[in-house]
Design a protein around this ligand. Structure first.
Ligand code: ATP
Ligand code: MG
Length: 575
């Protein structure tokens, strides 16, 4: 490709709405252009990176035995009614009507559509296992689209669905996808971890998210410094504490804490540590039950753990009015003593004595409070968020916390959809069985964005070779110099003949501005053709990631460069 004939609108300006590095760089290199909130055009340079990721995904899915098909983006309400998700899905599901008033939605995921295909086409266990995948545009009317392709409303996803006759088969299918994902993200040049994830209200036994390590990531993760354990904090278990509370020493006392509501305010006011306080949170479940939960002052509630304990799908902190109604005090002063509500406590509270709580009375707290003596709890459970430095639930190591971007998700679905839609086969004993499913997603655009997030410097993108839009850039220093032009053209056509994806910067611009653009667009190998080098019969070569310059003889250029591209392509390959 010749730069002068290409559309690569680079810019020094960063758009105001681009908050994170990858979004800024994708805008500045003209990879994407916003059409509406969370909806983008993939410009030529961006599309090339997207296609490269798609190709890696396709190769690895095929290698793992999955079969590609393509399902529609517009899907009929009937299918979603069969699974019950037409009613369950919230506003993320974009619903529409056709001219005959039939209801449809834009597919945010395709369990229903693929299960419909399988129930029609697969009748016997002999046709199994099967894993069907597509690389296709999804739509989710995200409440807060942001960060460019990272969280769009319209985005490209690879989604795969496995069908097996029994759990053992489904486990094997899951393992295959898990390994394929490791290969995919390694080949994309990403530093990632597979972490245990919450299975949400879809249920199911097992789920891993593939997380790319990045400061800007939306997910909080903990992993053990000593063993392989890694989990989303939503899910991370904590070791059940074995410690018992010391015997109470203090008597309960009311203290005035006027205007002091938050844990930090009360702790500072009473000159104690937040960990000597117990906070009382009052939550309302989706069945309108109110429950009080006790946590050590410096700990955070994990709503997902609490939901799972209570067996509800959703809960939220009760409103100020609701809190006032049950405690008789404005929020900020709730406490367990005398509270007439179901009362649970995080296990860490079990080890505490002579602590401080709200007094259920405006501007007042109680000090010297103790469980059993002053109030009783229904149960102690693991209800808090894991934090940096917590003990590992698997070994004697400590947990470290970091942030990550979820680029992929593998999920054991069980028989939820096959039972709802009647996708069954006859097994060996001629028994009718609901198929055991798995689903496996990869965000293609998000993977490109995540790769940029990890591979950049202050001057621009540093593409890993396997997903670089172009593998090699030839910078023709002075296109008016005939020797320079001829040598560049010859190298360009010979490299293309050798199968290299080359961009030839044939623009008549100052070298300084060409080098700036070269840094910005980040093509891994750069060859500069200039009059001075040619006098020595050499080209200057520089790798974007390394930065050092070297001269290579013109006669060996094609072979040397071809070899370098090939070895950089293999770098992330696990095979
Ligand atoms: P998230 O928690 O980030 O909203 P999710 O768990 O809802 O994602 P899945 O249903 O597991 O997403 O979808 C599979 C993959 O699709 C995700 O791992 C992610 O890479 C990608 N993806 C999901 N939502 C978006 C989005 N709004 N924009 C871009 N990619 C997305
Ligand atoms: Mg997910």
């Amino acid at each position: 490709m010749r730069y002068t004939q290409y559309l690569l609108p680079t810019s020094k300006e960063t758009p105001a709405d681009a908050e994170i590095t990858s979004h800024k760089l994708m805008m500045r290199t003209g990879m994407i252009r916003k059409v509406a909130a969370g909806i983008y055009s993939y410009m030529p340079f961006g599309l090339k990176a997207i296609r490269k990721v798609e190709q890696i995904v396709r190769e690895e899915m095929n290698r793992a035995g999955a079969i590609e098909l393509h399902m529609p983006m517009v899907t009929p309400a009937e299918l979603w009614n069969e699974s019950g998700r037409w009613a369950q899905y919230g506003k993320e599901l974009l619903r529409l009507r056709d001219r005959k008033e039939n209801e449809f939605c834009l597919g945010p995921t395709h369990e229903e559509v693929v299960t419909d295909i399988v129930r029609r086409e697969i009748k016997s266990y002999r046709q199994l296992p099967i894993n069907l995948y597509q690389i296709q545009t999804k739509f989710r009317d995200e409440i807060r689209p942001r960060f460019g392709l990272m969280r769009g409303r319209e985005f490209i996803m690879k989604d795969a669905y496995s069908f097996d006759v029994d759990d053992a088969g489904a486990d094997a299918a899951y393992e295959k996808m898990y390994q394929a994902y490791r290969r995919i993200f390694s080949r994309c040049g990403l530093k990632f971890r597979a972490v245990e994830a919450d299975t949400g209200n879809i249920g199911g036994s097992s789920s891993h998210e593939f997380m790319v390590l990045a400061e800007s990531g939306e997910d909080a993760i903990v992993s053990c410094g000593s063993c392989e354990y890694a989990a989303n904090v939503e899910k991370a278990e904590l070791k059940l504490s074995v410690g018992k509370a010391p015997a109470p020493v203090a008597a309960t006392q009311e203290v005035a804490t006027p205007g002091q509501k938050s844990i930090d305010e009360v702790a500072a006011f009473l000159q104690i540590e937040p960990s000597q306080l117990v906070k009382t949170l009052i939550v309302t479940t989706d069945t309108d039950e109110q429950v009080a939960v006790l946590l050590r002052g410096d700990h955070e509630l994990n709503e997902i753990k609490l939901c799972r304990y209570l067996g509800c799908n959703h809960l939220e902190l009760s409103s100020d009015e609701a809190v006032e109604k049950v405690t008789g005090a404005p929020s900020g002063y709730a406490g367990p003593v005398g509270l007439k509500l179901r009362l649970l406590a995080d296990q860490a509270v079990q080890e505490m004595a002579d602590f401080v709580v709200g007094a259920n009375k405006a501007g007042t707290h109680l000090t010297g409070v103790n469980i059993e003596r002053d109030f009783k709890v229904e149960a102690f459970a693991d209800l808090r968020q894991a934090e940096n430095g917590d003990p590992c639930p698997r070994c004697s190591g400590k947990l470290e916390s970091w942030r990550g971007i979820e680029v992929g998700h593998v999920f054991k679905l069980g028989t939820k959809y096959s039972e709802a839609l009647g996708a069954t086969v006859q097994d060996e004993a001629e028994q009718e069985r609901a198929l055991v499913m798995g689903c496996y997603g990869i965000g293609i655009g998000r993977t490109v964005a995540a790769s940029i997030e990890q591979n950049n410097d202050e001057n621009g993108i540093i593409w890993p070779m396997p997903i670089a839009p172009f593998q090699l850039l030839i910078t023709m220093l002075n296109p008016k110099d005939e020797a320079v032009r001829d040598a560049s053209e010859k190298l360009y056509s010979e490299l293309m003949d050798a199968g290299i994806d080359v961009l030839l910067d044939d623009r008549d611009e100052r070298p300084g501005s060409k080098f700036k653009d070269a840094d910005l667009i980040g093509i891994p190998i750069r060859v500069t053709v200039g009059a001075r080098g040619l006098q020595e019969d050499a080209f200057e070569v520089q790798e974007r990631a390394v930065g050092e310059r070297e001269m290579i003889p013109v006669a060996q250029a094609v072979q040397t460069l071809t070899e370098r591209v090939a070895s950089a392509l293999e770098a992330g390959d696990l095979s």
